[in-house]
Design a protein around this ligand. Structure first.
Ligand SMILES: Nc1ncnc2c1ncn2[C@@H]1O[C@H](COP(=O)(O)OP(=O)(O)OP(=O)(O)O)[C@@H](O)[C@H]1O
Ligand SMILES: [Mg+2]
Length: 306
């Protein structure tokens, strides 16, 4: 459906996108995961024709997306990272104004406004001024506006930043519902757990480059082990640090050490025997399923920070 090939973009000396290639299939819930400044918004701005690339191309259903082409917006819904609403006007009025930018009959627009208000659960607040809304409600209204014209594909740029947990869940459910109705979704986030929960396929972007892509399983398969071994940092474990380095490589975090055991200590029985020998209390040991966070760390040597 969407094919991005060798897309590059620099802003003066900053390389925002570096030879990005990606293919997104119809009906997918595709995640674009990356830290601040990774190039996520820049990529989205190219997909909607807002930015001109230095090189490369984007095809939507085999048609090239051209910079400045307004017709793209009829096919693509876009939920921008920055909320764009008329604060003084009611939710309903905002929907009317933004909806009138598309070629919908009055009847169809009204129908879609009612439908999307229901979907984003704002029907009972439709007459309130936006300035009275919470952050989560504004995000939901932003989302409603982006789908008024029945787009085939919806781009969501970090739609849950600054949103309370309840609205966050509501947004997840709405997007999943839209996806089930057949809308292709591209979703950027720097929250690993969101990407894991929502996306059937995803790409990790860092420094303008796609460093990995595939299903969650594909990405987890990049790790040597599907589990991670962590040791809580306490005075006891800090004292044993040197001894732990003898059997593993250690990544140090605020409250934990993450251990990547050496070849000779791959089995838990060997590890536990060693921990017992050096006197590491067993309640400091934590084994958990590996996550995207671990994949990111493995690929970049860094953690995505919120
Ligand atoms: N208009 C611009 N002029 C100059 N530099 C820009 C511009 N837009 C983006 N950049 C730079 O390009 C890089 C990528 O920015 P982008 O906004 O795409 O990142 P992002 O992944 O969306 O980050 P965030 O998670 O913070 O939203 C950054 O280094 C940013 O400073
Ligand atoms: Mg961004």
């Amino acid at each position: 459906m969407l094919k991005i090939t060798n897309l590059s973009k620099s802003f003066n000396e900053i390389i925002a996108l570096d030879n990005v290639s990606l293919e997104i299939n119809s009906g997918e819930f595709f995640g674009l995961l990356g830290p601040n400044g990774a190039g996520k918004t820049t990529l989205m701005n190219h997909i909607i024709g807002f930015l001109k690339s230095d090189s490369g191309e984007i095809l939507l259903n085999n048609n090239a997306i051209k910079y400045g082409d307004k017709n793209i917006r009829y096919k693509i819904g876009y939920v921008p990272q920055e909320i764009a609403l008329y604060q003084e006007l009611s939710a309903y009025k905002n929907l009317k104004i933004f909806g009138s930018l598309f070629n919908l009959s009055k009847k169809e627009l009204n129908k879609n406004i009612d439908k999307t208000l229901e979907l984003v659960q704002l029907t009972d607040r439709k007459s309130s001024a936006v300035k009275e809304f919470s952050g989560g409600m504004k995000r939901r209204l932003n989302l409603a506006i982006s789908i008024l014209h029945n787009p085939e594909i919806l781009l969501c740029d970090e739609p849950t930043v600054g949103v309370d947990p309840q609205s966050r869940n509501a947004i997840f459910e709405m997007l999943q519902e839209l996806n089930q109705q057949g809308i292709t979704i591209i979703y950027t986030t720097h929250y690993m757990e969101e990407a894991e929960r929502l996306c059937n396929r995803l790409a990790i972007i860092d420094g303008g480059q796609i460093i990995a892509s595939g299903s969650l399983m594909d990405l987890l398969n990049k790790l040597d082990s599907k589990e991670t071994l962590k040791i809580h940092k306490t005075p006891e474990s800090i004292e044993l640090y040197e001894k732990l380095t003898k059997i593993s490589t250690i990544n140090e975090f605020d409250f934990k050490y993450e251990l990547i055991p050496n070849k000779d200590f791959q089995k838990y029985s060997q590890l536990y025997k060693y921990f017992e020998e050096i006197g590491l209390p067993s309640d400091l040991i934590e084994i958990s399923r590996a996550s995207l966070e671990d994949v990111f760390l493995h690929l970049t040597g860094r953690r995505i920070r919120d």
